[in-house]
Design a protein around this ligand. Structure first.
Ligand code: NHR
Length: 207
C-alpha cells in the first residue's frame, strides 16, 4: 500500500488513487491511505450471507469511484467469476511466487521445502481461476542456503514493492496488451541486447 501510494509514476501518465477499500476495519493499509489523503471504506464480508452478495456490494462501491484499474493489495478473499469478469483486464494482483509455480497460500515455506534456487513475485491480471491470470511482470530473487520463510518473504516483498507500482505505471501509460492467447506484452518496451540472467546459487565465487 505504502509502496503504491508513495511511488513516482510516469510524468506522461499520472496516477491518482481514488479509494482504498478493505473487508477488515483494522487493516493497516486504511491508515496509510488516510494519511495520504485517499478516501477509505470498509465493507465487512461477515455482514453478507454469501460471497456473491459481498462481491456485489464491493463492486458497487468500487464503481462509485469509476476507477480505470482495480488493485488487490493483500486482499485475501477469493472473488466470484461475476466480479472478476466485470473488471476484465483492469483487475491486478501481486502474488508472492514465480507463477505458475506455487499458487495459493504459504508460498515461501513451500518454495524452501521444494528446494528451488530462485523464487520471487508475479503481477498478474485476476481471472476467475485463482492465481492463474495473464502474467504482466515478475521479479526473481535467490533462495539462500539458510533461508527461513520469514527472511525469504522479506526479500520477495522488496521486489513486490518495485514491480507492482511499475505495472500500475505501465497500465496508466496504456502499454499493457493482452494477446489473443492470454499472454501479455509490454508495448514500447526496451529490447535487451544479449542475455540477462540471475543464477542461484551465485557463481561469483567458485570456492
Ligand atoms: N480471486 C480470484 N477469482 N482470482 C484470483 O487470482 C484472486 C482472487 C482473490 C484474491 C489474491 C491471492 C494471493 O495473492 C487473490 C487472487 C487469498 C486466497 C484464498 O484462498 C487465494 C488467493 C489469493 C488470496 N483465500 C481464502 C478464501 O476462502 C481465505 C484465506 C484467509 O482468509 O486467510 O477466500 O495470494
Amino acid at each position: 500500500m505504502r509502496a503504491l501510494l508513495e511511488s513516482d509514476f510516469p510524468a506522461d501518465a499520472p496516477v491518482r488513487f481514488a479509494c482504498v477499500i478493505s473487508n477488515k476495519a483494522d487493516a493497516p493499509g486504511l491508515q496509510t491511505a488516510a494519511a495520504h489523503g485517499v478516501p477509505t471504506e470498509v465493507i465487512d464480508h461477515r455482514q453478507f450471507p454469501d460471497r456473491a452478495s459481498f462481491d456485489t456490494a464491493l463492486a458497487a462501491r468500487i464503481d462509485a469511484y469509476q476507477p480505470d484499474v482495480v488493485i488487490l493489495a493483500g486482499f485475501m478473499r477469493v472473488l466470484t467469476t461475476d466480479f472478476v469478469r466485470h473488471y476484465e483486464n483492469r483487475l491486478i494482483n501481486v502474488h508472492p511466487a514465480l507463477l505458475p509455480a506455487f499458487p495459493g497460500l504459504d508460498t515461501h515455506a513451500r518454495a524452501i521445502a521444494a528446494g528451488v534456487k530462485l523464487h520471487g513475485c508475479t503481477v498478474h491480471f485476476v481471472t476467475p481461476e485463482v492465481d492463474a491470470g495473464p502474467i504482466i511482470a515478475q521479479a526473481a530473487v535467490p533462495v539462500l542456503a539458510d533461508d527461513t520463510p520469514e527472511l525469504l518473504a522479506m526479500r520477495v516483498l522488496r521486489q513486490e514493492h518495485r514491480i507492482f507500482p511499475l505495472v500500475v505505471g505501465w497500465l496508466a501509460q496504456g502499454r499493457v496488451s493482452v494477446r489473443e492467447n492470454g499472454t501479455v506484452t509490454l508495448l514500447r518496451g526496451q529490447s535487451i541486447e544479449g542475455e540477462a540472467a540471475l543464477i542461484s546459487p551465485s557463481v561469483a565465487d567458485p570456492g
